[in-house]
Design a protein around this ligand. Sequence first.
Ligand SMILES: [Zn+2]
Ligand SMILES: [Zn+2]
Length: 331
Amino acid sequence: MRAMILDQPGKPLTLRDVSVPEPRGCQVQLQVLACAVCRTDLHVVDGELPNPKLPLILGHEIVGRVTRVGEQATLLPIGQRVGVPWLGWTDGECSYCRAGKENLCPNARFTGYTLDGGYAEFTVADERYCVPIPESYSDAGAAPLLCAGLIGYRSLVRAGDAKRLGIYGFGAAAHIVTQVARHQGRSVYAFTRPGDAEAQRFAKEQGAAWAGRSDERPPEELDAAIIFAPVGALVPAALAAVRKGGTVVCGGIHMSDIPSFSYDLLWGERSVCSVANLTRKDAAEFMDIAPKVPVRTTTQPFALEQANEALNQLRSGKLQGAAVLKCDRAP
Ligand SMILES: [Zn+2]
Ligand SMILES: [Zn+2]
């Protein structure tokens, strides 16, 4: 099969022919139908996340069809379409797992980071961590739901019942969260890189009540804010924009250092927290909600061999919505 492979962080991916992985134990083998490109992939390529599996096949927003099953796999029939998210395996035994916080499991394995992922024609995944895909979604349309959607949704839940919600960084996660937040009757205030008029227009198209620069104050105080951009300087900016008692949720896996700031910004029982990974419960809840909103994803298609190009466009902020690799061979 063809796969885009990362041999070393800091180097581009290379297209290679490798053998199709065999499903073992509770794994299923999947033909990859589509795989979305996430900012986390960029952090792995840039060496900002420690100790990836190497060589590595990236990609943790996989839509695939079951082609074979391992000897202990009993849940998914051959031919079933499923999604494979970031959380690929947990030990099920540690104190976090037993407390329903498997997202914090110290032995967790992650798709496209410590396990091979979906920048390939085939992959294998533990069937217990696969997610059903709502029927109304196309392969490419569903792919961004699997991380931008799931982690975005976990971030939204963490923001509590905030009516006025700020979102910093308007990419794949933000465009999904905005639709869910609007559906729940909230108002969204979108903050983009200064000068990015296109992202501001895109945010308004998705239902944002206001869109402006990340160094601007919104027209009203916010009840909570979610930061998706990997920029630590946005933490004090977001704290300055939320009301007393408000929460700032850091939704990304990596962020540049947070500059020191006056205690005044945190005073008044404001809080800052992060969202790490996801649980299978998040996935089930979000996949139930998405078709009811209905969440409509904006995607830009790339061929598998164009993965480096997709990553570069994500890095430069040129993408609107999510880049999605079409991994099956063109007929
Ligand atoms: Zn992701
Ligand atoms: Zn555990």
